[in-house]
Design a protein around this ligand. Structure first.
Ligand code: HEM
Length: 134
């Protein structure tokens, strides 16, 4: 069945924001080793430019995530669906906090650890979102 226009807008915004938050982190992680060889300063400029896109995308993800919840009839969802939703929300919180700690990290180890946690938890949130989608 074709989605209604409102459902199409809601899910398109959610998925578009996910492409920026999740895909952007993976793309930046792939580019950084090459950029760093040219100039560590340019790496910082690129990371700051990405942050100006990724944090608004994260806000859109959370807002449209709650919009998704409003559009779902909870009483018809299985216990498994609700458990996956609960885990997903926890993983989203981890992704946001670890991305913030990544931006504040000073050491190479801190950058690597918080960046990896943010990336892995963002991918986990995306996969769980796909399983939640009806
Ligand atoms: C890092 C943050 C997030 C990512 C990457 C993400 C990703 C996704 C993706 C890819 C889908 C599948 C869309 C589709 O196949 O049509 C989805 C669906 C969904 N997401 Fe998220 N999401 C995030 C945050 C949230 C939050 C914070 C909530 C709840 C507060 C949420 C609730 C939902 C729900 C309920 C669905 C199913 C929507 C439906 O079937 O109508 N998401 N998410």
């Amino acid at each position: 069945m074709l989605s209604s226009a409102v459902d199409g807008i809601r899910l398109s915004l959610h998925v578009l924001a996910a492409t920026i938050w999740v895909g952007g982190q993976i793309t930046l992680a792939g580019l950084v080793p090459s950029i760093r060889k040219v100039s560590p300063e340019v790496t910082r400029v690129a990371a700051n430019a990405f942050a100006r896109l990724s944090w608004p995308a994260f806000v859109v993800l959370v807002l449209t995530g709650f919009w998704n919840l409003g559009a779902v009839n909870m009483s018809t969802q299985s216990t498994a669906w609700k458990v996956v939703l609960g885990i997903k929300i926890g993983v989203v919180v981890v992704s946001g906090i670890s991305a913030y700690l990544h931006t504040k990290a000073k050491s190479a180890a801190g950058l690597a650890i918080w960046g990896s946690i943010s990336g892995v938890s963002a991918v986990a949130a995306l996969v769980m979102g796909v399983f939640l989608s009806n």
